[in-house]
Write a protein that binds this ligand. Sequence first.
Ligand code: M6R
Length: 613
Amino acid sequence: MCGIVGYIGEKNATPIILNGLKKLEYRGYDSAGLAVLTNGHIEVRRDAGKLKNLEQLIMEMPVSGKMGIGHTRWATHGEPTARNAHPHLSSSGEVVVVHNGIVENFIELKEELLADGLKFQSDTDTETIVLLVEKYLKGVNDLETAVRKTLERLKGAHGIVVFSAKEPDKIIAARIGNAGGVVIGLGEGENYIASDIPAILEHTRKLIFLESRQMAIVTKEKIEVSTIEGKPLAPQISSVAWDPISAEKGEYRHFMQKEIHEQVRSLTDTLAGRVDFEEGRIRLPQLNLTAEQANDIQKIILTACGTASYAGMVGRILIERIARIPAMLEIASEFRYSDPIVDEKTTVLAISQSGETADTLAAMEEARKKGAKLWSIVNAIGSQAMRIADGYISMQTGPEIGVASTKAFTAPLVDLYMLAILLADLRGTITPEYRKQLVDDLRLVPELAGRCLDRESEVEETARLLKDTRDMLFLGRGINMPIAFEGALKLKEISYIHAEAYAAGEMKHGPIALIDKDMPVLAIAIKDPWYEKMISQIEQAKARGGIVVAVATEGDERVASLVDRVLWVPEVPWMLSPVITVIPLQILAYHIASLRGLDIDQPRNLAKSVTVE
Ligand code: M6R
């Protein structure tokens, strides 16, 4: 969950690393630090809290050099203090390391190192790594061998970057398991290292992604990739097309607000090249799916975490309704402990913005072990979930920086709808007329999303009404039930208001007891097949004195006459409605958090991609 940046070349590494860390601060903001090689020795600057504290420190105590590494931390072992901030130096000051992951055998290694007489200067597990390198250097005297020996000792998943003052021509980067990515960026007479592409995108588009148990020796002239055991590998160079501008905030106050507004474009982009409106057909070439394979599928298990899992809940409904294939959603963090019934006739579909979520990758690995076919819907290009799948759908939304996921929720909803149509088509279970109608409906989506965005100021007024509430209930039914969950999650994570979501029909089985004047209810009551049932639910809430805010279809006077406030959405075919109904809920959460003066892009305790289990 931490962010890592490294540079080696002829320029001053400090601003390059600081800039890169700025792009990665969403990955963790408990502390930040950097180490550069200056006149043959390593200088470290680090501080607790956000990157601006490190920037201030560097203004007071400038440091420069032609190679260096930096880190932004999401604390696991040891409090978020300056003493525990990365980079960590060896006791001699000769070697320095930054690390993403958890050293699972940290206690055992620490005892061994203490017994060897080495001293710890932090409470982190990471320090065992640099002290091990130091220990092995005494025997072998070359950094590469010492790092290999160290990596062999570590349990758990890791991304590690290390250099030594005694070997000033190289930085070593390694990846073990799924603690986040390690990517090497190729420049001219200079090279870059990062945990995530946005950190180095302004410098290069040519990238090498390290796989698990691979290591790279990076000098300014070349990159050598090998297995941790030392077998040389021919690195595969990929090119990425992400626009660095989309990783900037532009005119918006927060990335979240910008990303909410980007949805017209991101929904257009996710359709681009995949929808043939003439023929009424869907094309998803990166899925590598033949008619024979489609006919072979007996069950689809969707798996994901958090917001992505709510997209999966919608996807389950779409796949069953449109493709008539049995489908279920299993939360990724539970998947591998549930002894899932998975075989070669099962397809497991993982959904992940980052493509690096440890729980989701663990679910994919479990599915693979059991013989399932693996697909993924992923935003981060080149991420692990994209690479290990047999086929994938790219969200095509560009980087999402705000911790609260928005555009990377609506894009996979559309991807899942397209996937369901494609499966139905390949299996011959849909009439051409119905298929054409479903495909035609997609044409409307970006414009309808834009109409929701045009109503931002109305939603902001409702945010003023709700900003001081302590609790809130979100209700939905059918395909909009997952949207109630997503609306509640958005509110919780950025405004810290307690919010719970229910399948509206469940209210009468217990939760209705909670409703009084202090418990506002948000009900999604658009003109869909569950409309009448939602009206009853609203009436039951009103009868108990609750303040009700409804998401309703434009012009629906019946709902308007029943509730306290309405968040209007345009009329939309019900199977695509989640893409639209979620937008006012994203805007509502955003404005409530903004009115409460909170740190919207970096909410407390969270990180953008969760690479620990
Ligand atoms: O990168 P992923 O899509 O795999 O991330 C999954 C969740 O961690 C993520 O959706 C999380 O719930 C967001 N903070 C929600 O806004």
